[in-house]
Design a protein around this ligand. Structure first.
Ligand code: NDP
Length: 782
């Protein structure tokens, strides 16, 4: 074609990236790929392996080892053996290793980008410009955390041996998100890449080998979901970090429940992309292309739900369609391509099935007349209109290049639609009005919000979800905590131990004054009789000291309903929240002797011990009142020009079971920080000594605490705590007493964050457990 003709047609010519070096690498290391265990290359004990293909062409790239139990055991044993050495290696030295990895990633940038594209099908433009630079950035950034570890996180150490299982959508990047913070904190790892995309993880192992990383610090085992399960269920793993589907996340939550393993889950999403009528429409259209067609939509935080204000919807959809028609789908090795291949035929079929279902349910599917390659796993950019908020295609994660479009009229409606999902990973807000942008950003229940931008990621900004999108953060200071634990994490919660501080002396003479009172429940700011109408005797050393209501699942239901209705507490400004907590402290103090007498009568504590417990409780209310307006977020330094605001947000509705030890102080230690951070609480006081908590009702009523913010349900824990743990309206459980395993298992349905509440945990730990971090990205420029 003549230059003149090219200029006239302005068509794109092919711009293929060379695969020469990648082919040489594959020839050198393949075609049968081993695994990297204890600093050496091994083949699986079973001899089993499977093929890996280029999804754009179907070409066989090699065979991958299927690790079985013996291989996983060997990898875990190697990581365990390497742990003492690595965790005691000076931060500066760990930093040097991470830095060396970062340099090697940069040095082999093109090779890694091409390998990733061949194995995954994503455009080389993306692997070259997004995935691999971010991988290097992660290792550089975390070299810094290793260097600063001891001074930045005093009192913390590594968790131990980490089992990490990652998906196929950003193979090397997900590996970096997992391995870099783990190594920085002094952990050792066993990582399994996804079966479709194992090769770049093996290339990474070769890098670790080349820089002389001590054997066993990083172990890469390959295989399918069976291998993943062997890792996550392994007895000698201390922490599991998983990214993938919510379905497998649930399985892992169940499998690890009660095992004492630390767990972080980065799961699916159905993120809203909200466009207000005052948005810069052309920027929003380009943002949308990035939000949903980047990586063929196989992005957990893809902006897959478009919400456009009705007044501009028609114009916006028209522009969107004409932009979609210009997207080029084809050979991912072509640098001028917008969309490459879907990772595998099975994923392609899932996308097709969900689209068919979308049509069957009345949705209107539109696809531009885009030319697709004849071979390989390709799917065109797709838009669904005429859908409703409850349509399957609007609720389910497609994990493909499929956008659903809804409209809204008011800001309130936009927020309600945005939050009408079981997920909470990310969201994008487009408006030129700063009030609209920030108010909506704060109102969306998700871990990352991008204002007038989308899909921004950086090593220094935590990423992770709310609700069924999982828990834990990856990146930045927030992400480091996922790989650390307090060095002195002890059995402070051990009730027997704590109880020994109370001397079993005779009850106070005042005890008798409580004898004839049956304490009710405290629900929605009112004292309520238990639904079942039964009460229980509360025994003290000298006999019965009172009665409490015997709670059941209906009381739990009512309490959760009241707590959900009171989540506006989160919007009460921190100063006002602290004032209310101060009032509680003051009012409790005024009644110190009454509470001390109650404690003595219930527990047999000596008058001085009981008085000390009340004083501790008063101090605790003061303490958390003080914290209310001081747990600041952060402004992260990222590679984006603009501000990234890390905001602490309450988790929502939290259920708390309180221990028998220190029935008043323990109750306060768990409930007060949650209230200080803006959560609504359903507290279950000590089963044995509940009256100190029920006596608090009057204190609460005279302290202006809004109704429903704190609800108290008494009774036999085993009769209703399971209902609380299962309840989808409860966002998190703090287990101060009882079997944490049972709570973890029961909370699988909505992926609650569960904390084995430790009365001796540091304030910092408690504050982190009481909040989520939301990162709000605000680019700016003239
Ligand atoms: P999975 O959740 O199945 O896989 C993620 C990783 O977990 C893979 O390494 C997988 O192994 C492994 N795995 C599978 N089963 C188990 C198990 N029982 N125990 C431990 N590990 C296991 O996601 P898929 O890759 O199959 O994708 C399915 C759907 O998940 C997608 O359509 C998408 O909706 C969602 N997804 C979400 C992602 C996110 O980032 N939120 C990322 C990827 C997928 P292997 O794949 O090797 O069999």
């Amino acid at each position: 074609m003549a230059v003149r003709e090219i200029l006239e047609s302005l068509d794109w010519g092919p711009a293929p990236e060379s695969d020469k070096f990648a082919r040489e690498w594959l020839d050198e290391h393949g075609p049968d790929f081993g695994m990297y265990i204890d600093g050496g290359w091994v083949t699986p004990e079973s001899g089993e392996n499977f093929e890996t293909h280029n999804p754009a062409t179907g070409e066989l790239l090699g065979t991958i080892s299927q690790a079985g139990p013996a291989d996983v055991d060997a990898a875990v044993a190697a990581a365990r053996a390497a742990l003492p050495g690595w965790s005691s290696t000076e931060g500066h030295v760990r930093a040097r290793y991470l830095y060396a990895i970062a340099r090697q990633v940069q040095k082999h940038h093109r090779l890694l980008a091409v390998i990733e594209t061949l194995d995954n099908g994503k455009p080389v433009r993306e692997t070259r410009d997004a995935d691999i630079p971010l991988v290097a950035r992660h290792f550089y950034h975390h070299a810094g955390w290793a260097q600063l570890f001891d001074e930045t996180f005093p009192g913390y150490g590594p968790v131990g041996v980490c089992g990490q299982v990652i998906p196929w959508n950003f193979p090397l990047l997900m590996l970096a998100w997992k391995i870099a913070p783990a190594l920085a904190a002094g952990n050792t790892v066993v990582l399994k890449p996804a079966e479709f995309t194992s090769i770049s993880a093996l290339a990474f192992a070769a890098i670790c080998d080349s820089i002389g990383l001590p054997p066993g610090v990083v172990n890469i085992v390959t295989g399918d979901g069976r291998t993943g399960a062997l890792i996550t269920e392994h007895d000698d793993i201390d922490k599991v970090a998983f990214t993938g589907s919510t379905e497998v996340g649930r399985i892992i939550r169940k499998a690890t429940a009660g095992s004492g393993k630390a767990l972080t889950l980065e799961l699916g999403g159905k993120s809203p992309f909200i466009v207000f009528e005052d948005a810069d429409i052309d920027s929003a259209i380009e943002g949308l292309v990035n939000a949903i067609w980047f990586n063929q939509g196989q992005v957990c935080c893809a902006g897959s739900r478009l919400l456009v204000q009705e007044s501009i919807a028609e114009k916006f959809h028209e522009k969107l369609r004409s932009r979609m028609a210009k997207l080029r789908v084809g050979d991912p090795m072509d640098k001028a391509i917008d969309m490459g291949a879907i990772v595998d035929e099975s994923q392609l079929n899932t996308i097709k099935k969900l689209c068919q279902l979308g049509c069957d349910e009345g949705g209107v599917m539109w696809q531009p007349p885009t030319e697709l390659p004849e071979q390989g796993c390709f799917f065109p950019p797709t838009l669904f209109t005429n859908v409703t908020p409850s349509s399957t295609i609007v609720q389910e994660e497609v994990f493909g290049p499929v956008l659903v479009a809804l409209t809204f009229r008011t800001h309130k409606e936009a927020i309600a639609l945005a939050n009408n999902t079981r997920y909470g990973l990310a969201g994008s807000v487009w408006s030129q009005d700063i009030d609209t942008a920030l108010e909506v950003a704060r109102s969306i229940r998700a871990g990352a919000i991008w204002v007038n931008c989308t899909n921004q990621f950086d090593a220094n900004a935590g990423f992770g979800g709310y609700r069924e999108s999982g828990f834990g953060r990856e990146g930045g200071r927030e992400g480091m905590y996922a790989y650390m634990r307090p060095k002195d994490a002890s059995a402070a919660n051990d009730e027997t131990g704590s109880e020994s501080t109370q001397s079993p002396t005779a009850p106070s003479q005042d005890a008798g004054e409580f004898l004839d009172r049956t304490a009710k429940m405290y629900i929605g700011g009112k004292q309520k009789r238990p639904d079942g109408g039964y009460s229980l005797d509360v025994a003290g050393p000298a006999g019965t000291v009172g009665q409490v209501g015997r709670g059941n699942r209906k009381d739990v239901r009512d309490a959760v309903e009241a707590a959900c209705a009171a989540t506006t507490w989160a919007n009460v400004n921190a100063h006002s929240r602290s004032q209310i907590l101060y009032y509680i402290a003051e009012n409790l103090e005024q009644r110190s002797s009454e509470f001390a007498a109650r404690l003595s009568s219930m527990t047999g504590a000596s008058p001085s011990d009981a008085a000390a417990e009340v004083a501790d409780s008063v101090a605790e209310w003061f303490r958390w009142a003080a914290w209310s307006d001081k747990y600041d977020g952060a402004v992260h330094e990222t590679t984006m020009h603009g501000l990234v605001l890390a905001v602490h947000e309450p988790m929502g509705v939290v259920g708390v079971t309180c221990p028998d030890a220190l029935p008043l102080h323990g109750f306060t230690r768990l409930v007060a920080p949650l209230l200080a951070m803006g959560n609504s609480v359903i507290a279950v006081p000590s089963e044995k000594h509940p009256l100190a908590a029920t006596d608090l009702y009057q204190v609460l009523e005279t302290s202006d605490l809004p109704s429903g913010v704190l609800n108290i349900v008494t009774g036999i824990h085993s009769e209703f705590v399971p209902n609380l743990s299962e309840h989808d309206g409860v966002d998190s459980m703090w287990v101060g007493t009882g079997d944490v395993a049972e709570v973890e298992i029961a909370s699988v349905s909505n992926m609650k964050r569960v904390w084995k509440a430790d009365l001796s945990a540091s304030d910092d730990e408690v504050l982190r457990q009481a909040t989520h971090v939301k990162n709000i990205w605000l680019p700016h420029g003239l």
